[in-house]
Design a protein around this ligand. Structure first.
Ligand code: PLP
Length: 509
């Protein structure tokens, strides 16, 4: 018998009255041991740890522990190997992704919720706050009270929930219950979105049984947003061919260039055809807080479902998305769990007011999860700490950052703006007059981005605008200021100039 079989066959040490081997006290001491390393980490000093793989990987790659090494061994590994080698998403110069590190207070709230609000199944203060946070978000986004909100793990699942409601809506109009009966009686379905729809939308359509190929990609205008005339045309063509339209999907802030589809106009077309209008505002919906771009969002009028990711611009800890859906009952018909004794609940209309569950909305009827962490606590913490005014100031500062990059690009001969900033993304490239070949420019800018990232002061990503390779800073990080936007332009210029001056040969394909 191996030691593994020996241990598992007798259920560990087996004694009836011994305490559990996991420590269940000493929380302060455990956390205190990690805090100096965490504080050090968020100073983001020294070289980026990503390059030190050869140091930490062999040290961590241990076999399955048959005997526990005890709490100190775990804390020591976290302190010395895991935390210092983490991902510097929160560094002020990091603008590579539309994701960031939480600010301090929502991180603390998340931690508090992990201990004190481990689930939704009771009317506790934290669970009340979960509801309050949804109410606050709904009001901030300008949605009517009748919209049902749910937290999800992020925008991907939020898109799945919103499009699930859209599928139910379209099928019920044909007398089919998609969630109850399945899709076998459904004729071929269609959803519509612009070229910049986030890829989680395609996946959601796949998971919902409609197929990734059910997405009709509508051409963009020159401004990179959904072309409403082309949308109308596509819907009419498909309806003549007997296809069933499920949803029109608008993007309120695409992650590529920050463009916002013309929400109000698209809503009009969707509703003229009786089609559900889903808006993916995972990144950009909070743009509604800035007067300069507010009109683009059309007050979210006519939106049937709206996704927003508090773990992006709001800097809540990652794992926090939300979706608001116009019709609560429809949402519940889509995601309801069949009744079970262990769920111990009355139908909502007959709820027993003396039960501890009395005031809880039955969230497991509205989305995909049952046991789930408290996400509202972090959202509530952000809004209570900085208010709508604080969030609007952050959004405004990041819009300024994108515009600062654009302004500097415009007055610098070797730089070229590839898309006028709309929200907080600015796509540009290094383009010395002597190089006109697109392939060479793409190689050159890829190399510039690589060198800039390797230096560590600024971490942008790249994308393509049309066929042109762009350096793409996306500003959503609470620690980022205009100085970081300036530094990025300086870094790109320095890297570009040294590459071109140093050796023209290096940048040839
Ligand atoms: C980030 C993002 C998503 C995906 O959200 P996750 O939280 O990463 O799952 C979807 N759509 C848009 C527009 C996004 O910015």
């Amino acid at each position: 018998m191996s030691e593994f079989e020996h241990i598992s066959s007798r259920g560990g040490s087996g004694s009836v009255d011994r305490p559990d081997p996991a420590s269940t006290d000493g929380l302060s001491e455990a956390v205190a041991e990690l805090l100096p390393a965490l504080e050090q980490f968020i100073r983001f000093e020294g070289k980026d740890p990503a390059g030190r793989r050869s140091l930490w990987k062999p040290a961590l790659d241990e076999p399955l522990p048959l005997q526990g090494a005890g709490p100190q061994a775990v804390l020591e590994t976290l302190r010395s190997l895991v935390i210092p080698n983490g991902l510097r998403l929160g560094a002020p110069g990091f603008s590579g992704w539309v994701l960031t590190m939480p600010s301090t207070v929502p991180a603390a709230a998340h931690f508090a919720g992990m201990i004190s609000a481990p689930d939704h199944g009771w009317t506790t203060a934290a669970n009340f706050i979960e509801e309050l946070a949804l109410r606050w978000l709904r009001e901030l986004l300008g949605l009517p009270d009748s919209y049902e909100g749910v937290f999800t793990s992020g925008g991907s699942v939020a898109n799945l929930v919103g499009l699930g409601a859209a599928r139910q809506h379209a099928c019920e109009r044909l007398g089919l219950d998609a969630a109850g009966e399945g899709l076998h009686a459904l004729p071929r379905a269609r959803a519509y979105a612009g070229e910049n729809a986030h890829r989680s939308v395609h996946r959601a359509l796949g998971v919902l049984g409609l197929g990734r190929q059910s997405l009709q990609v509508v051409p963009s205008t020159d401004q990179g947003v959904l072309d409403v005339a082309a949308l109308s045309e596509a819907i009419r063509r498909d309806q003549r061919a007997g296809l069933v339209p499920i949803a029109v999907i608008g993007v309120a802030g695409d992650v590529n260039t920050g463009a916002v589809d013309p929400i109000e106009a698209v809503a009009g077309i969707a509703h003229d055809h009786g089609i559900w209008f889903h808006v993916d505002g995972a990144y950009g919906a909070f743009g509604i807080l800035d007067e300069r771009v507010r009109p683009l969002f059309g007050e979210f009028r006519g939106v049937d479902s709206l996704v927003v990711d508090p773990h992006k611009w709001m800097a809540a800890p990652v794992g926090c998305g939300a979706v608001f859906v116009r019709d609560r009952d429809l949402l519940s018909r889509t995601f309801t769990m069949e009744p079970a004794e262990y769920l111990e609940e009355e139908p909502p209309s007959e709820r027993d007011l003396s039960s501890p569950f009395d005031e809880l909305p039955p969230i497991h009827h509205f989305a995909l999860e049952l046991s789930a962490p408290s996400r509202g606590l972090a959202v509530w913490a952000v809004l209570k700490e900085i208010g709508v005014a604080g969030l609007a100031a952050r959004v405004g500062r990041h819009l300024d950052c994108a515009r600062r990059v654009a302004d500097r690009v415009r007055v610098t001969e070797e730089l070229e703006l590839l898309a006028e900033p709309v929200l907080s993304v600015c796509c540009f490239r290094f383009r010395p007059p002597a190089i006109t070949d697109e392939e060479r420019l793409a190689l050159l800018n890829n190399e510039i981005a690589r060198r800039v990232r390797a230096r560590g002061r600024c971490v942008p990503s790249t994308t393509r605008v049309g066929r042109r390779l762009a350096i793409r800073p996306a500003f959503i990080n609470p620690r980022t200021t205009l100085a970081d936007a300036d530094a990025l332009v300086d870094e790109v210029l320095a890297a570009g100039r040294s590459l071109v001056e140093g050796a023209g040969a290096q940048v040839r394909p």
